[in-house]
Structure formats: C-alpha cells, structure tokens
Design a protein around this ligand. Structure first.
Ligand code: NZQ
Ligand code: ZN
Length: 388
C-alpha cells in the first residue's frame, strides 16, 4: 500500500538539441550577477563553455567564474566556492557539467550564507536550510546522477574519510536544467558507462525495498528495460542520438523523487560505494558496480519474491521448473552479464582497494534501514571482501 506523501518537483527542464535556448528564457528571471561553475575543463574543449558564455553576455550578465570543480567535490572546494559566491553577490549559480558540478552548486547555494560550518550542519547533522539560498540552474554534460532534477548534493571530506550526501528539499532543486543529449557525446567511455550503471543503481535502490504492490515498481521495471536496451546500443555507437536521449531521460526519472513516493527505499549500495569513494576517489558509478553483485547475492534470500519478479519482468528469465531461488539467482546473473558487456569495473581491486583497506571502508559505511536486510558491521566487511 502506498504511504502518504506530498509531491512537487519545481525544476523546469529544457530537453533536446535546442535545449540551450532555454537559457534565454530563464536568465532574465534573475539579477545581474551570475557565477559560472564548471569542472576540470571538458566544457572548454567541447565548445559548451563558449556557447554558454555567449548567451550570458547577450543577456547582459556580469559573470564570475568558479572552475576546477573536481569529480567528487571536496569540502575545501565548497568553502572556496562560498567565498567566490559571496564576493560576487551571486544572484544565480549556473552549473555547467556533470553531477559533481551540479551537486557542488547546490552545496554552495545553501552554504554561502550559512552562519556555521556547512559540513557540520548539512553533512554531519543533516539539518534543513534556514538561511538565504542562492538559486541554481544547470546545463548537464554527463548523465547518471539525476542531480539536474533533485536536491541531492554529495560532498567528500578526505580528511575524515567520509563521502556524504544531503538530500535537500525542493527549495534547493535546480530552478531549471538544460538537457541536450548531444552534450554527452564527448564523454570518455569509462564515464559514460559508469553513468549508465549509476542510473541502474538508483532504480535498484528504490525497487529492492518493500513487499507491497505499488505503481512505482511497474514504472521502475519500464525504466530498467529502456536503460538496458539503450545502453547496449550506446556502448556500440556512443553517438546514437535515440539511445543517448532515452538514457538521459531515464536518468532524470530514476532519481527525480517520483518513483520513491509512498514507498520505502534502500540505498545501501550507495553507502558502500560512497565509503569506497572516500578512500579511493574512484568514479561514483564504478564504486557501485564493484559492490553490487556481492550485495545483491547476499540480500536476495531476504527479499526473494522481489528478486524473482526482477528476474522475470526485467531480464525475461523463464521461471518454469525452477525454484524461486534459482530464478532469482538467474536474474542477478543476467544483470552481471549486462554489466560485463558494458565494460564496467566489477571488482574493488580494479579501483585500487587492497585487503588492508577493507576495515577502514567498513568504518566509513553508513547503515540504512529500508532494504531487505539491515547489515551488521561483519556483513559489511564480508560484502566488501567478496567484492575484492
Ligand atoms: O571536470 P570535467 O572536465 O568537466 O570532466 C568531467 C569529469 O572528469 C567529465 N565530463 C563531464 N561531462 C563531460 C565530461 N567529459 C567530456 N565530455 C563531457 N560532456 O566526466 C568526469 C566525471 O564528471 P562528474 O560530474 O564527476 O560525474 P557524475 O555526473 O557521475 O557525478 C558524480 C558525483 O555525483 C554524486 C556522486 O557521488 C559524485 O560525487 N551523486 C549525486 C547524486 C545526486 N545529486 O542525487 C546521486 C548520485 O548517486 C551520486 O552520489
Ligand atoms: Zn548514484
């Protein structure tokens, strides 16, 4: 049975080959001072930077740049970004990049006028925002996180060996996001497929929880089928617009809060993956891929009916003459084969994890309570060891 909920998603999307024109509709809504936030320079190489700055200029904006946002943005960079935004008296933070740039912009948006250390307030104590929020807009260049239409903002503190996400409310969602699938064509294959698995993982985190009948599970099965189909086309031909545009849209729906409405969710794979990220700085989607099969094989007996449904409805496993467990296992195996075909990282060793790092990673792993099995400390270590 669906639980009670209130639903609103305030982000306006501009989707397609002409999506950037949406900036001309959005920019006049904000004051003169824009902070242009971007990553390590990919947007300068592929021409997106030039297109965006031209539109900002045509709209009479005073632009301050905040570049160099690293993948898995750090708390030190967040402090720097707050100083830049404050000095610029930012009326709008325009994030041009992937999830890291977009997450970082949201963190700056709530932290610039925060009266205490934002790391402590938002990422340690998960408190709500009670100060001025600078509006954020986003031009997305990497697909996977869903950051373009949600309140998620993940920041890494390497000193404390913690990578933590705060899910802010809809007052922090981007006001608008520009989604042009062609902007993702220049992504290196490693990043492209990591993003594909991030999408899958977001869906699985919300699917493998609860035993009730709810609309979201049917929507998620559709999203997974579309992703599996399109990802296999995109990996052969990264410039296939139909596949890349479907994947971009699936990523947004996978984590724009809709499918989580009224149902429980898990997110333990993300907690494991983020802990790995805090110790290795590895690419987010790959950290999830490396721990997923060990985790799902472990929790499968506790959520057997749903794992059987996953095998049959998503992977077309024929259950005839098989025990529920055999069918469920086949589903996970089909997923593993798909992951291999995409070329995902399947082990933690490939991400630089050594056996003597396992206990430290386990210490950094938060335990969630919405999945089929609340993990003990020992089970976390075991799953990490099996993932080596
Ligand atoms: O920095 P640049 O030079 O732009 O290069 C980036 C970066 O090296 C490159 N890239 C992006 N678009 C490109 C491109 N290269 C060529 N052409 C393009 N069009 O790709 C690399 C990775 O970018 P990044 O933004 O780090 O990737 P992603 O979008 O996967 O974001 C990862 C971050 O998002 C967080 C992750 O934990 C991680 O910190 N997440 C955010 C979530 C949310 N907001 O809800 C949920 C997710 O589960 C995730 O945790
Ligand atoms: Zn993710």
């Amino acid at each position: 049975m669906l639980g009670n909920f209130s639903y609103c998603n305030p982000t306006r999307l501009y989707f397609g080959k002409d999506a950037l024109e949406g900036l001309n509709k959005e920019l006049p809504k904000y004051g003169k001072n824009v902070v242009l936030i971007y990553g390590g320079g990919s947007i300068k190489k592929n021409g997106i930077y030039d297109k965006v700055t031209e539109i900002l200029k045509a709209n009479g904006k005073t632009v301050t740049e905040d570049g160099g946002v690293m993948p898995n943005p750090t708390v030190e960079k967040l402090y720097e970004g707050c100083e830049i935004a404050k000095k610029a008296k930012a009326d709008l933070l325009l994030a041009v990049g992937g999830g890291s740039v977009c997450d970082y912009a949201k963190a700056v948006s709530v932290s610039t006028y925060c009266k205490e250390d934002p790391w402590e307030k938002y990422y340690m104590r998960f408190e709500d925002v009670d100060n001025e929020i600078i509006p954020v807009g986003c031009v997305l260049t990497m697909v996977g996180t869903g950051s373009e239409m949600n309140g998620g903002s993940v920041i890494t503190n390497y000193e404390k060996k913690l990578k933590i996400g705060h899910v802010f409310g809809d007052n922090v969602f981007p006001k608008f996001s520009v989604l042009n699938p062609e902007y993702t064509f220049t992504l290196p294959k490693y990043q492209m497929v990591a993003g594909f698995y991030d999408i899958m993982s977001h869906i699985l985190e919300q699917y493998f929880s609860g035993t009730d009948d709810n609309t979201s599970d049917y929507i998620m099965e559709g999203l997974m089928k579309s992703l599996i189909h399109s990802s296999l086309i995109a990996v052969e031909n990264p410039k296939d617009y139909e596949a890349r545009s479907n994947i971009m849209w699936t990523a947004t729906w996978a984590l724009n809060t809709l499918v989580a409405m009224g149902k429980t969710t898990d997110w333990e794979v993300h907690m494991l993956g983020q802990a790995v990220g805090a110790h290795t700085n590895a690419t987010h989607g790959m950290t999830l891929a490396a721990v997923s099969t060990a985790y799902y094989n472990f929790i499968m007996p506790y959520g057997l009916a749903k794992f059987k449904r996953f095998a049959v409805n998503v992977w077309n496993v024929n259950p005839d003459g098989k025990s529920d467990e055999e069918t469920a296992k086949e589903g996970i195996e089909e997923m593993r084969k798909w992951m291999k075909k995409l070329g995902l990282v399947m082990t933690l060793s490939e991400l630089g994890v050594k056996e003597d790092m396992i206990e430290g990673i386990a210490d950094s792993t938060l335990v969630m309570e919405g999945g089929y099995k609340i993990l003990t400390r020992e089970e976390i270590s075991d799953i990490l060891k099996k993932s080596l």
